[in-house]
Design a binder for this molecule. Structure first.
Ligand code: IPM
Ligand code: MG
Length: 369
């Protein structure tokens, strides 16, 4: 684990800066308590960077990202930039970070906290105690495959196309992350693809099966088609422990899984690269929710997903498991005390805004230590 903890903070657009402000408070609190001091820097990304610098992410920001021990990312995008060409969209920033830092394993937990059992649109009996982890491949597949484009055919019609492709190495490295996580949890991994219709899906299944036999025979492995997985996630989500899947299926299934928990405003994620020979591992942490332009600037966004992303950062980048657990406990307790942002309101709870929620979490941290 690195001794100097270099943190790059990229708040981005929409509610990103609002929720990041509350993380800052948690970081300051830890600093005051002498738990840890970060070497912090902050920079523009997404639409904010487009407005100021004409690019979704500047080269110097990419350089800072490469140099950082961990990146805390907010969210990017909004209607203001929706009409921009494909190479200029704010979303390019996160895709570039994932690709150029080789952040291939995107960990997306879906956890139902007891106080929020009623916030889900699913019946409490179906989701109580849910704790699943989706490992989404995040540097390959159809997101980056070539050829891709929009072309005009000889008959004057146009054609848009993308390419889904996965190599042995790309599948093995993300599957390994899945198997290793499963070992620390309930020891069950479900690999998801469309081996019934896609060559790349069939190859995915064969590769995961071979790896399982070679290195992870102790882990219980199952395979599932992506469409069935979507259905099973709603029917009986607790059947899953860890799911490993491709970039595009992981994008879709993780949105689905997140809603099982009641609110996108609650869910963090981590995107990890390989451990390098120096021991360093690039890593980026971001909430699953987007920039939420509809509520941006109103001070009502839930800061918990961003704060819990910071907790994941402590755990995965710096091995600070206890501090991460402390922050997670503070969030659960505040929810249990009946304070709620609008997205997780329930009968009998009190509605608060972003900064009151942030304050409540700090107060709870004070109580817990
Ligand atoms: C996500 C988002 C991104 C993706 C967008 C913003 C490019 O939906 O992180 O899930 O599709 O990967
Ligand atoms: Mg998505």
């Amino acid at each position: 684990m690195p001794a100097n903890k270099k943190l790059l903070v990229l708040p981005g657009d929409g509610i990103g800066p609002e929720v990041m402000r509350e993380v800052r408070r948690v970081i300051d609190w830890m600093d005051r308590r002498r738990m840890v001091t970060f070497e912090m820097s902050e920079d523009l990304v997404g639409g904010a960077s487009l407005d100021a610098r004409g690019v979704p992410i500047a080269e110097e920001t990419m350089e800072k990202a490469r140099d950082a021990d961990a990146i805390l990312f907010g969210s990017v995008g909004g209607p203001k930039w929706d009409a921009l060409g494909f190479d200029k969209r704010p979303e390019i920033s996160i895709l570039r970070l994932r690709k150029e830092l080789d952040l291939f394993a995107n960990l997306r937990p879906a956890i139902v906290l007891d106080p929020l059992v009623d916030a889900s649109t699913l019946k409490p009996d179906v989701i109580r105690g849910l704790d699943l982890m989706i490992v989404r491949e995040s540097t390959g597949g159809i997101y980056f495959g070539t050829p891709r484009g929009i072309e005009t055919l000889p008959n004057g019609e146009q054609r848009g196309y993308d390419t889904e492709s996965y190599t042995t190495g790309e599948i093995e490295r993300v599957a390994r992350v899945g198997f290793e996580l499963a070992r620390k949890r309930q020891n069950r991994l479900c690999s998801v693809e469309k081996a019934n219709v896609m060559q790349s899906g069939l190859f995915w299944r064969q590769t995961v099966t071979a790896l399982h036999q070679r290195e992870f025979a102790d882990v219980e492995l199952s395979h599932m088609y992506a469409d069935n997985c979507a259905m099973q996630l709603v029917r009986n989500p607790r059947q899953f422990d860890v799911i490993v899947t491709s970039n595009i299926f992981g994008d879709i299934l993780s949105d689905l899984a997140s809603m099982l928990t009641g609110s996108l405003g609650m869910l963090p994620s981590a995107t990890l690269g390989a451990v390098q020979s120096s021991g360093k591992r690039h890593a980026l942490y971001e909430p699953i929710h987007g920039s939420a332009p509809d509520i941006a600037g109103k001070g009502i966004a839930n800061p918990m997903a961003q704060i819990l992303s910071f907790a994941m950062l402590l755990r995965f980048s710096f091995g600070m498991d206890e501090d991460a657990a402390l922050i997670e406990r503070a969030c659960t307790n505040v929810l249990g005390s009946g304070l709620r942002t609008a997205d997780v309101m329930a009968v009998g709870t009190a509605r608060v805004g972003t900064s009151v929620m942030g304050e409540a979490i700090i107060r709870e941290l004070d109580k817990l230590v």
